[in-house]
Design a binder for this molecule. Structure first.
Ligand code: NAD
Length: 489
C-alpha cells in the first residue's frame, strides 16, 4: 500500500518497537535544490504516536536498568555505524535539506556521530551529591534516575545533528524516546533507525514517528505518558507546546530562535573578523539559530568594514548543493524563500540599502536547479533598529550592518530585541570584552570567534530564545529526576 505512488519516490516508514511500519497517509517532501517531490513521509497522528509511546513504555524497564557502561557501549557502536556511512548520510542530508554537501560532510554528520560519542563518554562521569549532619546523625545524598518516555521534537535546519543532540543524552540517561523530526527533513532520521538494531539498541528504546507538527507533534506533546518534551524550533511553536502541555505539567526544554548580534569594535582584527562574520551570517544559508543577523560596527571603521565585508560576501558561491565548491545551497522551501525575500523587500521599502545579493546581483544557476529555492548572500545597510529586519528572525542568507559610537550604546542596542541566543564580540581589548560579554542578554557570547563549542558547557538561550540549557551536565539533569535521600544512623 505504501508504493501507490511512483516507484522512483523514496517512501519512509515510522520506526516503532524496533520495526518499520507503514502509515495510512503520506506527505510530499521536496528536494529544495530542484523543487521536485522526491520523497514521501508518513503523515502520522494520534494512532501512530500512541503505538510509539506504548513501545517506548514497554522498553523502559529493561533499558533503564542497564548500567551506564552498557548503554555507553551501545551509543559508541551507533556512532561508529553512522560514521561508517558518513558519506551516504551527508548526501541524503544535502538532498533533503538543500544544504551544501560540504557542510553536511564536515558539520552535520560528524557532529551527529560526535553527539553519540560525547554522551557515551559523559554518562560515565557524573557523580551525585552527599552532605552530612553529624549532630543529627544524618547523611543526605542525591540519586538520579531516568524520567521515562521522552518526547523529542526537532527542526529542519540541522536535521540529524539536532535530533541526535537530544536522542543521545536521553537514552544515555536510561530514558526511552519517541522522536519526531521535521516533516521537511526526515530522511536521515529514518536512515539512522536502520542502524539501531545492529548497534544493539533494544526494540522500543528509540521510536521515530514522522509527520507534521500540528498532527504528530501535538499528539506527542499532549500524550499523558510522555512526561518530558525536548523541543528545538521556533518561538511561536514553543508557545503552542507550552500551552498544550500545561495541563500535564510536563518538563520542557525549549531551544528557540535568535536575532544574534555581532559587535565589532575599532580595535578588532578585521582579517579574522570579516571572513568569520561572513561565515557566521551565511553558513548553511543563514539557516542556523546561531547565525549573525545584526552587525554593529564602530563608526571609525564602518566604511572600511562594509567595503571588505561585501567583497568577502560576494566570494560565496551559490548553486547546486552537491557541487563541493559551492558555499550556499538552497533554502528549505519555496514558502521560506518567499518569506526571506520579503524581508529584503521590506527593508528596501523602508529606505535601507541592499549592498549585494537579492535583487542586486544576478543569480546564475545550472539548468537542473532552475526551480530550486536559491538566494544570494544579501547584505543590508542603513537599516533602522526598529525595522523588522533588525527585530525578527529571518533565518536566511540576509545580514544587516549598522554603525555605532560607544560601548554603552551598542550594548543597549544589541539587547534591544526579544531574543537572546548568541552574540559575538570582536575586540583586542580584554577588559572591554569581559565587560560587554557580561552585560549582553545572550546565552552564548563568542569573542573573536564564532561557533566554537565545547559540548560540556551549557547551550541555550535567554528571553524568547528558550528555556533550559543542553550540555553534558545540563542534559543529564534535564533527562533525569533527582531525589534526596536522608539516612539517620
Ligand atoms: P518549527 O517550530 O516550525 O518546527 C520545529 C519542529 O516542531 C518540527 O518538527 C515541527 O513539525 C514541530 N512542530 C510544529 N508545530 C508543532 C506543534 N504545534 N506541536 C508540536 N510540534 C510542532 O521550527 P522550524 O521552522 O522547523 O525550525 C526553525 C526554527 O528553529 C528557527 O526559529 C530556529 O532559530 C530554531 N532553531 C533553534 C535552535 C536552538 O538550538 N536554539 C537550533 C536550530 C533551530
Amino acid at each position: 500500500p505504501t508504493m501507490a505512488h511512483s516507484k522512483a519516490l523514496l517512501v519512509l516508514e515510522n520506526f516503532i518497537g524496533g520495526k518499520f511500519v507503514p502509515c495510512s497517509s503520506y506527505i510530499d517532501s521536496y528536494n529544495p535544490s530542484t523543487g521536485d517531490v522526491y520523497c514521501r513521509v508518513p503523515d502520522s497522528g494520534k494512532e501512530e504516536v500512541e503505538a510509539a509511546v506504548k513501545a517506548a513504555k514497554d522498553a523502559f524497564p529493561i533499558w533503564s536498568s542497564k548500567s551506564p557502561l552498557e548503554r555507553s557501549q551501545i551509543l559508541n557502536k551507533l556512532a561508529d555505524l553512522i560514521e561508517h556511512d558518513l558519506e551516504a548520510f551527508a548526501q541524503a542530508e544535502s538532498k533533503d535539506q538543500g544544504k551544501t554537501i560540504t557542510f553536511a560532510r564536515t558539520v552535520d554528520i560528524p557532529r551527529a556521530v560526535h553527539n553519540f560519542r560525547f554522551f557515551a563518554s559523559s554518562i560515565l562521569h557524573h557523580v551525585t551529591e552527599c552532605t552530612e549532619m553529624p549532630t543529627m546523625g544524618c547523611v543526605h545524598y542525591t540519586s538520579r534516575a531516568p524520567v521515562g518516555v521522552a518526547g523529542l521534537i526537532s527542526p529542519w535546519n540541522l536535521p540529524l545533528y539536532l535530533l541526535t543532540w537530544k536522542i543521545a543524552p536521553a537514552i544515555a540517561c536510561g530514558n526511552t524516546v519517541v522522536a519526531k523530526p521535521s516533516e521537511m527533513t526526515s530522511v536521515t532520521a529514518w536512515m539512522m533507525c536502520k542502524l539501531l538494531e545492529k548497534a544493539g539498541v533494544p526494540p522500543g528504546v528509540v521510536n521515530v514517528v514522522f509527520g507534521t507538527g500540528a498532527k504528530a507533534g501535538e499528539a506527542l506533546v499532549c500524550h499523558p505518558d510522555v512526561p518530558l518534551i525536548s523541543f528545538t524550533g521556533s518561538t511561536l511553536t514553543a508557545q503552542r507546546i507550552t500551552e498544550k502541555s500545561a495541563p500535564h505539567c510536563k518538563r520542557l526544554s525549549l531551544e528557540l530562535g535568535g536575532k544574534n548580534p555581532a559587535i565589532i569594535f575599532d580595535d578588532a582584527d578585521l582579517s579574522q573578523c570579516i571572513p568569520t562574520t561572513v561565515r557566521s551570517s551565511f553558513a548553511n544559508q543563514g539557516e542556523i539559530c546561531l547565525c549573525t543577523s545584526r552587525i554593529f560596527v564602530q563608526r571609525g571603521i564602518y566604511s572600511e568594514f562594509l567595503k571588505s565585508f561585501v567583497a568577502e560576501a560576494k566570494k560565496w558561491k551559490t548553486g547546486n548543493p552537491s557541487d563541493p565548491t559551492i558555499d550556499v545551497g538552497a533554502l528549505i522551501s519555496k514558502e521560506h524563500l518567499e518569506k526571506v525575500r520579503n524581508y529584503v523587500k521590506r527593508a528596501q521599502a523602508e529606505g535601507a540599502r541592499v549592498l549585494c545579493g537579492e535583487g542586486v546581483d544576478p543569480l546564475a544557476l545550472p539548468p537542473v536547479n532552475q526551480k530550486g529555492y536559491f538566494m544570494l548572500p544579501t547584505v543590508i545597510a542603513e537599516v533602522k533598529d526598529e525595522s523588522c529586519c533588525m527585530q525578527e528572525e529571518i533565518f536566511g542568507p540576509v545580514t544587516c550592518v549598522v554603525a555605532f559610537d560607544t560601548e554603552e550604546e551598542v550594548i543597549k542596542r544589541a539587547n534591544g530585541v526579544k531574543y537572546g541566543l548568541a552574540a559575538t564580540v570582536w575586540s583586542g581589548n580584554v577588559g572591554r570584552v569581559h565587560r560587554v560579554a557580561h552585560r549582553l542578554q545572550s546565552g552564548l557570547v563568542w569573542t573573536n570567534c564564532w561557533l566554537v563549542r565545547d559540548l560540556n558547557l551549557p547551550f541555550g538561550g535567554m528571553k524568547a530564545s528558550g528555556i533550559g540549557r543542553e550540555g553534558a551536565k545540563d542534559s543529564y539533569e534535564f533527562f533525569t529526576e533527582v531525589k534526596t535521600i536522608t539516612i539517620k544512623h
